[in-house]
Write a protein that binds this ligand. Structure first.
Ligand SMILES: Cc1cc2nc3c(=O)[nH]c(=O)nc-3n(C[C@H](O)[C@H](O)[C@H](O)COP(=O)(O)OP(=O)(O)OC[C@H]3O[C@@H](n4cnc5c(N)ncnc54)[C@H](O)[C@@H]3O)c2cc1C
Ligand code: SF4
Length: 594
């Protein structure tokens, strides 16, 4: 029983990141009273992000000041069902956000679209390679929504961000200089691509010589003065190199505070309550709808906030946790392989290649940005022939220049000791002469990778912690090896390269580790689809079991793409919001295709 029950609101939104603030913006302008409950605090808004303060690598880059505090909220982890899961006591492999803007404050701004075939993966591979091509141990499935349906929403989010890039496919016409593999765009990027540094220019030349198709990173680091469709003003990026893990002090990285919150915070239908942790979603007596949410406020009181509509925008992992502790949907059971909540959790494969350059080639790595670099997409998705490869999926290869920050940017060739005078000498000699690659790959879902409630460990509110069971499937290891080898070939073909080394975090024979940072691209667990036995929400993002609960974020992905998730998940968010606004609000019910 809650300590207090508040008056009903039209919409309650759990979480104040990209998806939560956007949901509030769109529904408040539809005349609905929106309350966001955010478990973190108010943070700097666009007018007070100070560049010098943010340029504190120790505070933000290493001590994770913008990220979730694992002493207050965490999850348990194990590699397989036979292991005992233990709580994560330090952030490592992923860095979830907390507070106004969520992880959208400290993201890089790499702004991708899915490939059309990514969204219809099962049927695409079946059609191209035959129905027995996808390995049996993978639970790959279609999303239930197509690229053509999402395109206007992907396009709108790019305009919200003032995205910078070069279109590779404009209305079906392929264009050199952009990503020729992408689906048709209805519009060019709103802003021109970023200027390229020496390292990625050399990479682009080498890739072109090899008949690959290099193009600049699609970027939410804005390149010109720009006003977005909500009226937010963005400034050109200064290439300061403090994007990933930091807020931007120059109004140049599109983030949810600058692009959305500042344009909605004074609206009469908008309210956000900080330090408000939602404990559970409450259900009606017949169990068919949600009645609102119970949360703990800053004074530790339990408050019931009734609402007509509940929007789950708490980030992929915490949406699934809330569903499990609230009894929303049916939990996935790996023994019987039935149930859906927690099913199809997957991650991302990451490798790195370091290319060391002749000493008269100076790269100035301190001039960087979160989405600066050149990319080839020739080995991503199904952009290449998989017939004889024995795996599905792929990844992009990028030569990037994110930053040259003093504590964490220390490129040294293989064989250098990791400390001492020799290491210092190697850092000094190589800092200015290094090209840095990332290979960012897909990860397929399997019946053995899933999220559920931990039977042992509880949180400060007495709720079971979320338990993650994950290891890279064989498919992903083969894929990561193959694409990493292609990246090494490009590095070796670059002019002025003296040595090349590679690190593959999904290498054969090595368990996935939660310790080294990889990406905050946790996906699945509450997936979208057209079949209630294999998805938690229908193709509009609405829960099958509770029609007034709408779900946002990467928990919707049935398996992970080779790309970063925010472009695709925001495309899905605007798709859901379009149907919520135009179809659901006037006539609340389970949405179905006409
Ligand atoms: C270092 C880093 C770099 C990244 N770079 C990129 C990139 O370049 N490109 C890209 O596409 N993606 C990137 N991402 C991922 C991107 O940040 C996320 O995809 C995006 O922020 C997800 O938005 P969201 O609204 O779903 O969740 P979030 O931004 O995580 O927001 C969720 C909010 O919900 C709140 N919350 C959680 N549980 C509760 C609860 N019980 N009650 C109340 N509030 C709650 C949290 O405090 C949080 O503020 C990056 C992420 C990180 C960490
Ligand atoms: S690199 Fe550009 S976008 Fe990133 S923090 Fe610096 S000015 Fe902002």
């Amino acid at each position: 029983m809650a300590d207090k029950t508040l008056p009903k609101t039209d919409v309650v939104i759990i979480g104040g990141g990209w998806t939560g603030l956007t949901t509030a913006y769109e529904l408040a302008h539809e005349g609905r009273k929106c309350v966001i409950l955010e478990r973190g605090d108010h943070r700097h808004d666009a007018t007070s992000f100070g560049a010098p303060e943010e340029h504190d690598e120790l505070k933000y880059g290493l001590r994770y000041t913008h990220m979730m505090n694992v002493r207050e909220n965490t999850l348990t982890f194990r590699n397989s069902r036979g292991d005992r899961a233990l709580p994560m006591r330090r952030l490592g492999s992923f860095l979830p956000g907390e507070g106004l803007g969520g992880a959208g404050i400290h993201w890089n701004g790499q702004l991708w679209r899915p490939l059309p075939s990514d969204l219809e993966m099962r049927s695409h591979y079946d059609n191209r390679y035959g129905s027995d091509f996808i390995p049996d141990d993978l639970s790959v499935q279609d999303w239930g929504v197509t690229y053509d349906e999402l395109e206007p929403h992907l396009d709108f989010f790019e305009r919200i961000c003032g995205a910078a890039g070069t279109a590779g496919n404009l209305d079906g016409e392929q264009r050199e200089g952009g990503n020729i593999f992408e689906g048709p765009r209805s519009n060019e990027y709103p802003n021109p691509a970023m200027k390229q540094p020496v390292s990625s220019t050399l990479f682009g030349r080498a890739a072109q010589e090899m008949d690959l198709h290099p193009f600049p990173f699609p970027s939410a680091n804005v390149t010109k003065a720009y006003e977005n469709p909500y009226g937010a003003q963005l400034h050109p990026c200064t290439y300061c190199g403090f994007c990933e893990r930091f807020g931007c002090g120059y109004f140049a990285k599109a983030d949810p505070i600058i692009c959305v919150y500042d344009r909605i915070k004074e609206h009469e239908n908008f309210e956000i309550r900080f330090k408000s942790t939602v404990l559970r979603v409450e259900k009606s007596e017949d169990g068919k709808t949600a009645t609102g949410v119970t949360y703990v406020d800053a004074d530790g009181r339990e408050i019931f906030q009734p609402a007509d509509i509940v929007c789950m925008n708490a980030y992929a992992l915490w949406n699934v946790h809330l569903m499990l502790v609230s009894g929303l949907g049916t939990p996935y059971d790996p023994e019987t392989r039935t149930g859906t909540v927690g099913r199809n959790y997957s991650y991302q494969t990451i490798s790195a290649v370091d290319a060391f350059l002749e000493k008269d080639i100076v790269t100035n790595p301190f001039m960087g940005a979160g989405a600066l670099g050149m990319v080839v997409d020739d080995y991503n998705g199904d952009n290449f022939d998989h017939s004889d490869l024995g795996f599905v999926g792929g990844g992009y290869i990028a030569c990037k220049q994110y930053h040259g920050r003093p504590i964490s940017y220390q490129p040294v060739p293989d064989g250098t000791p990791s400390w001492g005078a020799e290491w210092k000498r190697a850092v000094r000699e190589n800092y200015l002469h290094h090209a840095d690659f990332v290979i960012h790959g897909s990860s397929m879902s399997t019946p053995e990778n899933f999220l559920d409630l931990d039977p042992t460990w509880t949180d400060q509110h007495g709720r079971p912690l979320l338990r993650m069971t994950f290891n890279f499937p064989e498919n992903d290891r083969k894929m990561a090896k193959y694409v990493t080898e292609r990246a090494v070939e490009i590095a070796e073909n670059m002019d002025h390269v003296t040595s090349v080394s590679a690190t593959n975090l999904a290498a054969e024979g090595e368990d996935y580790s939660v310790v080294p940072y990889q990406t905050t691209h946790n996906v699945g667990g509450a997936v979208i689809g057209t079949d209630p036995s294999t998805s938690v929400v229908n193709r509009y993002g609405q829960m099958w079991d509770h029609h007034n609960v709408f779900v946002f974020g990467a928990c919707l992905f049935p398996q992970n793409l080779g790309y970063n998730p925010t472009g695709p998940l925001m495309g899905l968010a605007y798709w859901t919001l379009e149907h919520l606004k135009n179809d659901y609000l006037e006539n609340p019910r389970p949405l179905m295709d006409a």
